[in-house]
Design a protein around this ligand. Structure first.
Ligand SMILES: Nc1ncnc2c1ncn2[C@@H]1O[C@H](COP(=O)(O)OP(=O)(O)O)[C@@H](O)[C@H]1O
Ligand SMILES: [Mg+2]
Length: 371
């Protein structure tokens, strides 16, 4: 029933290499044992509160579940990083994961970063030939309105290199390059890249900066964000004279992260598999096989509209409530009282109508109730 020991993953911002180390080294959480209705009351008070605390933590950190979207993204990322092991003078292909918020981009990319880190360390050792720490991955998460200089400084901060206040953006960039060369970084992740200041006039400037990174840094550049295509990141120089943008477009492979859909049989099967996987993770005394996949399939789809972020929020909050109130299972009645994010709530009404009116279903054909 132990969690990840003394480490508190909840407060990690992952902006420094030390945080990233804790993240990649954290052992998988162990699922608390599922006690039944007889065993639960038998716990003495102290044991019971420890058990419920373990369940709270567990339900708040479900996953990552290997969804088809996550699996496909990982395959594409492996293809890219492995094909980028050409010699240094060849420009490397970049990848952009471009999708709406809450579809699991950050989760999938971090899970990949972790696997990649482990593989590189296992193959090449924790230190470089020159005796520096090896950091196969450098990850920067951008926040509101980051400028180019802030971006360079954030890259430096990853390495605990403060970067002098007086340095120019270019100097900071060069220092970051230095750090990455010494630590033999192979994968540079810029998460939430849409926060980079991107005014129409400086679009070229941003694009050039990213191109400079892609050209000079011996890394696979992985850009993650929302609406990157609209920012002109992939446009092949539609506006006359935008050759800089055109080049970025050519070298960047765009990957998506689609929501779950129920308009095809395969889509419905994927949705069902996700719910079955989640059922395995519930630690509630009265949980039963089919609790989600049979009895709540349509309901959960309507409330999340197939967005994994909304689904996980709902499941997490529902489980917390089921533990706290003693309900010990998820039902429509309980979930009706749980609030979800605003976007999901808005899309919900329309979809709920179609589902209850029998105009749509979230379940694969052979799993549908007999008419
Ligand atoms: N494969 C997954 N398994 C379990 N939970 C997931 C998975 N993908 C996303 N989530 C949950 O959905 C929420 C949103 O995911 P996130 O990766 O932050 O999305 P994005 O970066 O696209 O906005 C997170 O809280 C995360 O816990
Ligand atoms: Mg994200």
């Amino acid at each position: 029933m132990s969690t990840v020991g003394a480490l508190d993953l909840g407060t990690l911002a992952l902006s420094r290499k030390e945080d990233f180390q804790v993240f990649v080294d954290a052992p998988r959480r162990t699922q608390p044992e599922r006690l039944n209705r007889m065993e639960l009351p038998a716990l003495v008070e102290q044991a019971r509160s420890a058990y419920d605390r373990a369940r709270r933590q567990w339900h708040a950190n479900l996953g990552p579940i290997r969804t088809p979207q996550l699996g496909a993204l990982h395959e594409d990322l492996w293809d890219t990083v492995d094909s980028n092991q050409q010699d240094g003078d060849k420009a490397k292909g970049a990848v952009a994961v471009d999708a709406f918020p809450g579809l699991g981009k950050t989760t999938a990319v971090l899970a990949f970063a972790r696997e990649f880190h482990h593989r590189e360390i296992a193959e090449h050792g924790a230190f470089t030939a020159q005796g520096h720490e090896r950091w196969p991955v450098c990850r920067v998460g951008l926040t509101g309105n980051t400028g180019m200089k802030d971006l360079n400084r954030a890259m430096l901060e990853c390495f605990g290199h403060p970067g002098r206040q007086t340095s120019t953006a270019a100097q900071l960039g060069l220092q970051a390059l230095d750090c990455m060369l010494l630590c033999e970084v192979r994968l540079l992740i810029l998460d939430d890249l849409h926060f980079l200041k991107w005014r129409r006039t400086s679009g070229i400037e941003v694009s050039n900066h990213l191109k400079w990174i892609a050209n000079e840094f011996p890394v696979t550049l992985l850009k993650v964000g929302v609406g990157l295509a609209d920012k002109g990141l992939f446009s092949e120089g539609e506006r006359s004279g935008d050759t800089a943008l055109a080049q970025t477009g050519r070298r960047t492979t765009r990957l998506g992260m689609p929501p779950f859909t129920i308009d095809t049989e395969q889509g419905r099967r994927h949705w069902r598999h996700l719910l079955l996987a989640l059922e395995q993770h519930m630690v509630l005394a009265d949980a039963y096989p089919g609790m989600l996949a049979d009895d709540l399939s349509d309901y959960l789809f309507a409330r999340s509209t197939g967005h994994i972020g909304s689904l996980m929020t709902l499941i997490n909050r529902g489980c917390q409530r089921a533990v706290r109130t003693g309900a010990e299972c998820l039902s429509q009645e309980l979930l009706d009282r749980v609030r979800n994010d605003a976007g999901a709530e808005q899309a919900r009404t329309e979809l709920a109508y179609a589902l209850t009116a029998g105009k749509a279903t979230s379940r694969p054909r052979r799993k549908q109730p007999a008419p």
